[in-house]
Design a protein around this ligand. Structure first.
Ligand SMILES: [Zn+2]
Length: 125
């Protein structure tokens, strides 16, 4: 599952950073998640919870900030947010990659990232 490999790289980089700073525990991890990376947030948080056992991140709260995508059209030069299409009975919304103004194909400028924005660390108690 993709979420587990992402979670494992997040946990190991935050744990390495905590070790470098001499922190004994990490209480909060803040992630920025682009809407086009197609990771399931619940699974990501769940995976981080499992992988962080017995590390400095054990029991840390994961905060996720959703970031809108930015696309650029190859035909008309449109640059900006993607249109969304709702589907299913729960009205989930998926971003569309075709140009909102001419329907042409687009490049993704932003929105695929999954980055660690911040982490709250506790020093030696
Ligand atoms: Zn266009």
């Amino acid at each position: 599952m993709h979420e587990f490999s992402v979670a494992s790289s997040i946990v190991s980089s935050v744990a390495a950073e905590a070790a470098r700073r001499g922190a004994s525990r990490v209480t909060d991890v803040y992630l920025g998640l682009g809407e086009l990376n197609f990771l399931c947030m619940e699974q990501l948080v769940y995976a981080i919870g499992i992988i962080s056992e017995h590390t400095a991140l054990e029991g840390a709260t994961v905060h996720i900030e959703n970031r809108p995508a930015r696309i650029r059209c190859n035909s008309c030069g449109y640059e900006g947010g993607a249109q969304h299409e709702e589907f299913g009975e729960f009205h989930q919304s998926i971003p569309l990659l075709s140009c909102p103004s001419c329907g042409g194909s687009t490049d993704i400028l932003e929105g695929r990232e999954c980055e660690i924005v911040n982490a709250t660390m506790v020093m030696e108690e």
